[in-house]
Design a protein around this ligand. Structure first.
Ligand SMILES: [Fe+2]
Ligand SMILES: [Fe+2]
Length: 206
């Protein structure tokens, strides 16, 4: 337990230091940079900051899962999803930099909040822990669809990253469901949606 805590703490520091390692190259590589005006760049960078915060939270959620999941098979599937989330973290951080933006200053706060929620969900047992993951992934997927509408039409590099992330999130949700995720009651889903709304609104600016 102590070993895994130290390992997870090390991971947390790497996430917050903005030094994630992508195993897969960014979907933006090979996509030419488009001509964006200043407003479009600022807007696209802010949207990617929101997505980056989402990925910071994903790291914390999957870490919470790693600390609490009881079933070994579930742990290994979730570890695979967590590695893909690390790619997302690296890709979105890189795209923010390219657009001239910066990650959220509140990342330690987002991280701590998500870790607490992940551990709390984990304490309820695997099926609720997985329910939390499945619902999170579903909401992230919807949210990324919204971003594809909101992003400048010409920003093909950002779009390539968002599309690839969305495809992975759908897979992660299926993984959580296939591992036996329960279904949250509607009020819980609404509360999660509200928390996500607060996070995305703040992260767009800070
Ligand atoms: Fe992700
Ligand atoms: Fe995901």
């Amino acid at each position: 337990m102590i070993d895994s805590l130290i390992l997870e703490f090390d991971r947390a520091l790497r996430v917050l230091a903005g030094a994630p390692r992508a195993a897969r190259s960014s979907p933006a590589s090979g996509v030419p940079e488009s001509e964006l005006d200043a407003t479009e760049r600022v807007h696209a960078a802010a949207l990617m900051r929101v997505n980056h915060v989402g990925e910071v939270c994903a790291q914390a959620l999957y870490q919470g899962q790693a600390l609490t999941a009881r079933d070994a098979a579930a742990r290994s599937s979730l570890a695979r999803a967590a590695r893909e989330e690390e790619d997302h973290l690296a890709w979105s951080a890189a795209r923010i930099r390219e657009l001239g933006g910066r990650p959220s200053l509140l990342n330690p706060l987002w991280y701590a909040g998500s870790l607490a929620m992940g551990v709390a969900a984990g304490a309820l047992g695997d099926k609720w822990n997985l329910a939390f993951l499945a619902e999170t992934e579903r909401q992230v997927e919807e949210h990324l669809t919204g971003h594809l509408e909101a992003l400048p039409a010409a920003d093909h590099r950002t779009r390539a990253v968002v599309k690839a992330m969305r495809a992975d999130e759908a897979k992660h949700r299926d993984t959580a469901l296939s591992l036996g995720a329960a279904e949250f009651p509607e009020p819980v889903k609404r509360a999660m949606r509200f928390a996500a709304k607060v996070m995305t609104t703040v992260a767009y600016r800070v």
